[in-house]
Ligand binder design. Sequence first.
Ligand SMILES: C[S@@+](CC[C@H](N)C(=O)[O-])C[C@H]1O[C@@H](n2cnc3c(N)ncnc32)[C@H](O)[C@@H]1O
Length: 284
Amino acid sequence: MLSYRHAYHAGNHADVLKHLTLVALLRHFNAKESPYCFLDSHSGKAYYNLGDAMAQKNLEYRNGVDRLWLNKWDDPILHSYCELVRKANPQQPPQLRHYLGSPAIARELCREQDKLVLMELHSKEFELLKQNFKGESRAHLHHRDGFEGLVGMVPPTPRRGLALIDPAYEVKTDYDAVVSSVQKMYRKWQTGVVAIWFPLLAKARDRSEWLKKQIANAGFENVLLVELSVAEQNPDQGMHGSGMIVINTPWQLDTTLEKSLKLASDKLEISCKQPLAITWLTKT
Ligand SMILES: C[S@@+](CC[C@H](N)C(=O)[O-])C[C@H]1O[C@@H](n2cnc3c(N)ncnc32)[C@H](O)[C@@H]1O
């Protein structure tokens, strides 16, 4: 049974990392007129009310989007991300109530000629996703396992595209599923850009090193690793940070993201020595 609900975590530091990376990637795709496909294997319901009981339980967004959204950024990625959040929260005086998940960010940034393929397995989340995307002709929604869905639906049409893999890792097999589905997918779609999110957890539960090693040794090209931590690894703490792995990394994503994430992390409450790490797992 699936129990994870992203509403508890919407807008937290991990969403900031994931969604700034997503904005940077979509901006890269938008730089060319030719259409592309955005595939989201674990979509969630796409729109979050930060005033609801789930978001209010731990107030995770307070050390995340809340510290960024009202700033006027020169940085184009932060500017674009915060503009989307401000557009979703137009009331005056400003009040942060609404947050956009990955399908909603893609909906805003994708153009008329682009396509969105959104997968979600949780029945309730899927129902809400369907309601939220009613009438959106660019979006194709699938109530199914995202790992199988990705493998089954690539190469997409159009072939140019980006897949976001953002599991909850609530079941241990998610780590193996990420690796095997990406390997199978890559055999069918060598040119696809793939972005994988993963958590950085207390040592006893952390599998990030294993995941990075598997991806680094799988023969993929230009694999970028970006990690953002807000605290040191601690046995008593849940998630102290998170990471993104990007396969077939677009040119200059490393430098553009580094600038944006440095500016963003300067605004977050951080208690660790090295909040940001950007390295190549493979570089050709
Ligand atoms: C971390 S959340 C997704 C958040 C979303 N990508 C975003 O950035 O706004 C993970 C989602 O995956 C869903 N899920 C869990 N296992 C799944 C599976 N095998 N296939 C598809 N969706 C799954 C959960 O119900 C949850 O909504």
